[in-house]
Design a protein around this ligand. Structure first.
Ligand code: SAH
Length: 476
């Protein structure tokens, strides 16, 4: 990061503006609204500025504007907390910037990022709500475009709404038990019909809803915790569902698998606790019994717990086992499905899992042997017109291929290995079941193994990352 984002309280602080034109006028306007004590120095001063300085001050305003119609002098920097330089002379701008910097006073030179100690973002002003956009000085045009788009999303009355919420703070402190309860009260207000009423201009209706909510929250028994089992999808963070996103933003604590990417965890509320209970192949891991106990422990404390798993929680994800433990402990739960690896990878690798001409069934199989040592139905998996998708199959690839051949699959049946599916480093290797094992050495986990005529369509239908050479079978 090149810049530290911050908001500066300038109330009653001296700010020096050097320059007397249009740009200076805009800066002065903003500074006055921040109640800064502005001194402006310039040999030529725009008439609007002079008028502004002569106006009888608004008694409520703490800020002021003093104008010196002359050249800048180094002594002008005395006592300034911030300096904004906006003359049309580049050398003068730089000289003033150097002087300011030497004295440790933050300085901005308009349209000269190199010389500036701080830069000024594009803003959406819904006082006291302020949305600011910075491209780190790389493109003011982009910043403006982003601002225009965001403008449309941010209600005009959001600033008043924020003030209204502040007004409810004391009441909520008096009436609600603890911070957790207060947070839920405000979340319900912000997410629910009260916010909509207020934004639509019905402040009274909103207040009525707030009072009702306050009463019911205060008399309700302490909120019970619960667990939401959420599928994070196969990798691409945009494949998370809207409901999953909501659950992440509401959670007090999130227990996630190691495979879940940080881009998805970034969707969590800032103050939520993130706990990795990943099972790394061979590495340290949390046992299933420990995970179950953690979920129960935290939900029993009244927390909203999210258990976040790769893909879908019910597809080779042990989600069922976790819920059984919760049910036994009497903990409330719900499930948000996710896009399982087979579906995500079918889409991103260009392998339709069924197709009227090639396959009328698809089976998801685990490449691991089950607890009881039972085997899948190899004859069905080897049958013509069937697609078989093996999860966790990389380590046992050769045994899987041997079983398929043994049960009648032809040696030239198309097969694919897809590693890191749906992610920028997705790798697709296509071959036949007889030759696929040779491609495996170049692939890392997680990898999905797909067998069936439909894999033959990959050469035509592969679209994702197609240019980057990620498709090993075609670049080979
Ligand atoms: N619940 C998960 C599966 C967990 S089992 C789901 O529904 O997708 C873990 C196995 O899933 C891995 O061994 C691998 O075979 C497969 N897998 C998960 N994500 C994958 C990805 N991005 N690319 C390839 N395979 C993946």
């Amino acid at each position: 990061m090149n810049y530290f984002p911050a908001f500066f309280n300038l109330k009653g602080q001296r700010v020096l503006v050097v320059g007397g034109g249009e740009v200076a006028l805009r800066k002065v306007t903003l500074l006055e609204r921040c109640d800064a004590l502005v001194t402006l120095v310039a040999p030529d001063v725009a008439p609007e500025l002079v008028e502004r300085a002569q106006r009888t001050p608004d008694p409520a305003a703490l800020g002021s504007l003093t104008i010196h119609t002359r050249e800048f002098l180094p002594d002008d920097l005395e006592g300034a907390r911030l300096v904004i330089v906006a003359t049309s002379r580049r050398a003068v701008n730089r000289w003033i910037a150097n002087l300011s910097d030497a004295r440790g006073i933050p300085v901005n030179v308009v349209d000269d990022r190199e010389t500036s100690r701080f830069i000024v973002p594009a803003i959406i002003d819904r006082d006291p709500v302020m949305v600011t956009i910075s491209t780190g000085g790389t493109s003011p045009v982009l910043a403006r475009r982003l601002r225009e788009r965001l403008e449309a999303f941010i209600p005009k009355r959001v600033g008043d709404f924020a003030l209204w919420l502040r007004g409810l703070r004391q009441t909520s402190m008096d009436r609600l038990r603890d911070t957790q309860e207060r947070r839920r009260f405000f979340e319900t207000l912000v997410d629910g019909p009260a916010a909509q009423r207020f934004i639509d201009g019905d402040a009274r209706g909103a207040a009525r809803l707030a009072q009702q909510l306050l009463a019911t929250t205060a008399t309700a028994p302490r909120a019970l915790g619960n667990v939401t089992l959420v599928g994070a999808g196969p990798g691409d963070p945009e494949l998370l569902t809207l409901k999953g996103l909501r659950a992440l933003q509401d959670a007090d604590i999130i227990f996630h698998d190691r495979l879940v990417s940080s881009a998805i965890l970034d969707y969590a509320r800032r103050d939520a606790s993130l706990v990795s209970v990943g099972k790394s192949a061979g590495g340290t891991s949390t046992s299933q019994a420990q995970i179950n106990a953690l979920l129960i422990e935290h939900a029993s404390q009244g927390k909203r717990v999210v258990r976040l798993k790769g893909g879908d929680p019910f597809v080779f994800g042990r989600g069922g086992e976790e819920l059984e433990a919760l049910a036994k402990a009497g903990i409330a739960f719900s499930v948000v499905p996710g896009i399982t690896a087979a579906l995500g990878i079918g889409a991103y690798a260009g392998i339709p899992l069924t197709h009227r001409d090639h396959s009328h069934s698809v089976t998801f199989v685990t490449g691991h042997a089950g607890k009881d040592g039972k085997e899948p139905d190899w004859r069905a998996l080897a049958a013509p017109g069937a697609t078989a998708v093996f999860y966790m199959g990389l380590a046992r690839l050769e045994q899987i291929v041997a079983k398929l051949l043994e049960h009648g699959a032809p040696a030239d049946r198309p097969a694919a290995l897809v590693a890191h599916g749906t992610l920028p480093n997705q790798r697709v290797a296509t071959a036949t079941i007889a030759t696929i094992a040779a491609t495996a050495a170049a692939l890392e986990s997680p990898t999905l193994f797909i067998v069936g005529e439909v894999v033959g369509l990959q050469a035509t239908l592969g679209w994702f990352n197609a240019e980057s050479g990620a498709d090993m079978s075609r670049s080979a």
